[in-house]
Ligand binder design. Structure first.
Ligand code: FAD
Length: 489
């Protein structure tokens, strides 16, 4: 049995802590905040409850797996339902589209509302599923830095399929070639934002992302997203993991480039192994100042961040679903503003999520809790106060225009996050939601690995390391790190 210390208690940490405790190790987690879950936090105001971070839950089996690994029934800890409807789309010219859980229904809706060939859409949804399986076996379930990943039958299958994976094309060009209506292209381009990237730059390989929603499903956990880290925290505690909340780590101690322990505001601790769930940039510059810095990995462009408005509305809107998108008329300009000009286009795409459509207790009777997210650049010192004020006005105008109602009159509770606040609350560099962006075809290889020989006995989990950000990939990072740990330790 080894003693393992973990920095942070985000999804990557919770996954790694549970896997390590199940393997019989003694695990301690140090978290700067007073709660587990990192970006999976919640905001409560004036009778409304909001999940502050993620709103879309995909691949729930990766959470369930942690309970079954520990010999427990996941349903004794948390439950979820598959949403019958995936998303409602709104365009400024009045076009509306609803996508549903059944891929055939989505293909039929895109055919009837956007004029695409139904068979072409259905084939696309099938193909991205096939591509997903090839890519996940190679890139998402394994370390990119282990020889075994690049040898064997699965690797050979991957090599043979490289031409169809779209590494040498951008996502936008590939969709534009495939579909006739620019709105369909925009619809599928949108998925680049699921890892904070730009569809006009990111490789077409990432076209697999909608497979998660359309072929596996969009899920909603009972009690909201916050119930996921709470359930994992409960399981981890039952397995003997020792949590130290409100205890920020100030240094990962090393000797001869080997991690030996943690220094916190409250004391010094010795461990056999360390896992770091904090963002790689502050981890190297603040916690590992004494070690050589992997400059190339740290200097990659960051993923997008977000401005999020949390509005309690005093009425309900039947035309809205759980997930809604109000598209910008200038999609390319929106991404140019974020990734080239480091600012926000005046007409950004708006994502509107209403958890109270499913979880009635999230809002008073007859009311709704609106979570409104715009993709914005990571914090590089922009005037966020001015940008938040401008965006609030633009969002109210756009939603009022599309819904035919002066929505400002109905806002009765209000809060917001911007990149500065996200950074302050979770220590992610610039408030980037997904670590580095994947805006070039080598991005996967320029993501920090889950283990580097340069600092021994130190493992890395979470959204800023391989395989990437988002709840499922953070859980995968924990799985890969635990596998490497079992092989090395
Ligand atoms: P994080 O959540 O980044 O947590 C890291 C933890 O480490 C924090 O609790 C922090 O306090 C702690 N920490 C850092 N430094 C120290 C230190 N020195 N000492 C002690 N503790 C420290 N993903 C989805 O799958 N679906 C979505 O719909 C989605 N939407 C999102 C919307 C928003 C607004 C945001 C913010 C994120 C969204 N994401 C979404 C992304 C997802 O939340 C993240 O990728 C994921 O939660 C990151 O997990 P992590 O393991 O990297 O840890």
């Amino acid at each position: 049995m080894s003693k393992i210390g973990i920095v942070g208690s985000g999804m990557g940490s919770l996954g790694f802590a549970i896997r390590s405790a199940v393997a019989g190790h003694q695990v301690s987690v140090f978290e700067a905040n007073s709660y587990p879950g990192g970006k999976l936090a919640q905001i409560e105001t004036n009778g409304f409850r909001f999940d502050a971070g993620p709103s879309l839950f995909t691949m729930p089996h990766l959470v369930d797996e942690l309970f079954t690994l520990a010999g427990k029934n996941p349903r004794d800890y948390f439950s979820y339902e598959r949403l019958p409807e995936i998303c409602r789309y709104f365009w400024e010219d009045g076009t509306r589209l609803q996508t549903n859980a059944a891929p055939a229904e989505t293909a039929a809706a895109i055919a009837s509302e956007l004029g695409e060939s139904e068979e072409n859409v259905a084939r696309f949804l099938r193909e991205i599923g096939e591509n997903y399986h090839i890519i996940s076996e190679l890139f998402l379930d394994n370390s990119l830095h282990s020889l075994s990943t690049w040898t064997g039958r699965k690797a050979l299958k991957g090599y043979l399929n490289i031409p169809r994976l779209g590494l040498f094309n951008t996502m936008h060009r590939s969709h534009a070639k495939r579909f006739t209506n620019p709105k369909t292209v925009q619809l599928f381009d949108r998925y680049a934002t699921y890892n904070g990237s730009d569809p006009y730059q990111t490789p077409a390989t990432l076209s697999i992302i909608p497979h998660l929603e359309y072929n596996i499903g969009a899920f909603f956990p009972k009690g909201g997203i916050i119930s996921i880290p709470r359930a994992l925290h409960r399981l981890a505690e039952e397995l003997g993991v020792d949590f130290h909340f409100n205890e920020k780590v100030s240094r990962i101690t090393t000797e001869n480039h080997t991690a030996t322990g943690l220094e916190t505001e409250k004391g010094n601790y010795t461990f056999d192994y360390i896992a770091c769930n904090a963002d790689i940039r502050p981890s190297y510059t603040k916690l590992l100042e004494q070690e050589p810095q992997p400059k190339k990995l740290l200097n990659q462009p960051k993923s997008s961040s977000g401005i999020i408005f949390y509005w309690g509305m005093d009425r309900s809107f039947d035309e809205l679903g759980v997930h809604n998108i109000f598209f910008s008329d200038d999609y390319q300009g929106e991404f140019k503003a974020i990734f080239e000009d480091q600012t926000i286009n005046d007409d950004p795409t708006i994502y509107l999520h209403i958890s109270s459509k499913v979880e009635k207790s999230d809002a008073p009777a007859g009311s709704e809790n609106w979570f409104i997210l715009m993709n914005v650049p990571a914090n590089e010192g922009q005037d966020w106060d001015a940008l938040v004020t401008k965006m609030r006005k633009n969002v109210i105008e756009k939603l009022s225009r599309n819904l035919g109602v002066d929505i400002e009159k109905h806002i009765v509770a209000e809060d917001y996050l911007d990149p500065r606040r996200i950074e302050a609350r979770t220590s992610s560099a610039g408030g980037a939601l997904y670590g580095n962006a994947s805006n070039n075809r080598f991005a996967a290889f320029l993501r920090h690995p889950n283990y580097r020989k340069a600092i021994k006995n130190l493992y890395w989990v979470g959204g800023s390391v391989h395989p990437g950000g988002g709840i499922p990939l953070c859980l995968s990072s924990a799985k890969i790190a635990a596998k490497l740990f079992a092989e090395n330790a």
